[in-house]
Design a protein around this ligand. Sequence first.
Ligand SMILES: *[C@@H]1O[C@H](CO)[C@@H](O)[C@H](O)[C@H]1NC(C)=O
Ligand SMILES: *[C@@H]1O[C@H](CO)[C@@H](O)[C@H](O)[C@H]1NC(C)=O
Ligand SMILES: *[C@@H]1O[C@H](CO)[C@@H](O)[C@H](O)[C@H]1NC(C)=O
Ligand SMILES: *[C@@H]1O[C@H](CO)[C@@H](O)[C@H](O)[C@H]1NC(C)=O
Ligand SMILES: *[C@@H]1O[C@H](CO)[C@@H](O)[C@H](O)[C@H]1NC(C)=O
Ligand SMILES: *[C@@H]1O[C@H](CO)[C@@H](O)[C@H](O)[C@H]1NC(C)=O
Length: 472
Amino acid sequence: MELQTSKRRSQILCLLVFGFLNLRRAECQFYPASRSLSYQSTNCRAYSVSLTDFGGIGDGVTSNTKAFAAAISNLSHYQHMGGGLLYVPPGRWVTGSFNLTSSLTIFLHRDAVILGSQNMNEWPLIDPLPSYGRGRDAPGGRYSSLIMGSNLTDVVITGDRGTIDGQGAMWWDKFRNDELKHTCGYLIEIMFSNLILISNLRLVNSPSWNVHPVYSSNVVVKGITILAPVTSTKTDGINPDSCTNVRIEDCYIVSGNDCIAIKSGWDKYGIDFGMPTKHVIIRRLTCISPDSATIALGSEMSGGIQDVRAEDITAINTQSAVRIKTAIGRGGFVKDIFAKGFTMHNMYYVFWMTGTYGQHADDHFDPNAIPIVHNINYRDMVAENVTIAGKLEGIEKGPFTGICISNVTMEMFESKKLPWNCTYIEGASTKVTPQPCSSLADQDPYASLCPYPADKLPIEYLELKECISYDV
Ligand SMILES: *[C@@H]1O[C@H](CO)[C@@H](O)[C@H](O)[C@H]1NC(C)=O
Ligand SMILES: *[C@@H]1O[C@H](CO)[C@@H](O)[C@H](O)[C@H]1NC(C)=O
Ligand SMILES: *[C@@H]1O[C@H](CO)[C@@H](O)[C@H](O)[C@H]1NC(C)=O
Ligand SMILES: *[C@@H]1O[C@H](CO)[C@@H](O)[C@H](O)[C@H]1NC(C)=O
Ligand SMILES: *[C@@H]1O[C@H](CO)[C@@H](O)[C@H](O)[C@H]1NC(C)=O
Ligand SMILES: *[C@@H]1O[C@H](CO)[C@@H](O)[C@H](O)[C@H]1NC(C)=O
């Protein structure tokens, strides 16, 4: 590293000199030519290596699992010395699962494609999540995610719009044909970690969920395009799960499942683990999801979901805008949810909430664990070509309360007799077309019954740094 360090210093010196003299880079001749790259990161990194330094071969065939592991193992030595950057150059880099380290930035060149291995042995089995008690889709263990991190501080996966392609078709087929004994891996899963940034990438064809931050805090997902066929199985976009302080912005998602799904554990496992998701902002999102929601809350919400704010959202050809999914046995809560500024085209439902969403971890769920759904506030939305304005279905033993809807105009596909169907819900509305059900009658003064927060969340203040790395 001596050599690298001195080389880096000389590069910096060189840049300073030509900066000062206002010369062009090519005229700075005394030092070896080297690539530099600029990137946004939580923190800039002092050391950088390329995947090719560790035997990486980007031919679209050779497995790079060992190269990724070796590069990251190398950078793990520098986590307390300014942190490391792993550069993924142009090429098609097949890999199985690998683990991240702290104070790490992975940067994908615009023409870099990380490809998920088609060899299932490259996705080793790991334990189920403690807040789920078992794999989500099958009892027992689950396949590793392609890119995994656990117990980390400060991890960044970014690039110049480079691509991570899960090559998920193999997994979707096996899932459909009931050939999988374990739950599919995700594209990116980071758990028990603090300070995570995932930005400026294209994520395509994930085997299952795309981005799964779990038991983590201070998470930013920004400038991500997620693409999966709308017929693919389980391909949720971004799923914050038992996380605090999350910011999702400027994303474009087309998927076979929910674009965003906020979660916090399943039935008694989630109740016992007791870790909510809270303080989440989602803004400037475009979602296409014909069979699922733009933003789903649940159905795994047993640790609780609180203080989620969504604004500037576009939904096209999507089954529902915000969907709350829960059931008796879940326990937990969904409360203080604020959504505004939605523009929607071709929606089946706009508002959908249900207290009868099945799918239990096992038969031992507690029939007295009634979820609480309270203080749900929707405003300033327009939707065209809507089939059902609102299906709001609470629980008899625990009605959903504080449901507030204001300034929402929905143009119906055909004048159905019943644009709304409300059971076991209580709330208020104002300036909503078509006119809501009587349990959401226009009430006065609406504003004092249904306050909307004016403050910002702590994660909105997190600023990213502009960084330059040399020698990559
Ligand atoms: C990390 O990799 C670089 C470049 O290959 C090498 O010079 C350095 O010695 C490695 N550091 C460690 C701690 O292995
Ligand atoms: C990644 O780390 C986890 C522990 O957090 C371990 O169970 C797993 O085997 C590791 N995966 C790989 C591919 O090394
Ligand atoms: C990660 O952190 C969790 C929670 O603090 C702890 O239970 C777990 O043992 C840690 N895992 C590792 C591999 O250190
Ligand atoms: C009502 O919502 C629209 C967007 O759908 C917004 O432009 C308008 O300002 C809102 N009106 C009020 C009074 O907030
Ligand atoms: C409106 O929605 C209906 C039902 O989903 C669909 O069949 C129709 O094509 C849509 N109309 C337009 C103009 O997109
Ligand atoms: C309204 O919703 C309830 C509860 O889901 C259902 O039983 C009922 O059939 C619905 N009514 C209509 C007219 O669709």
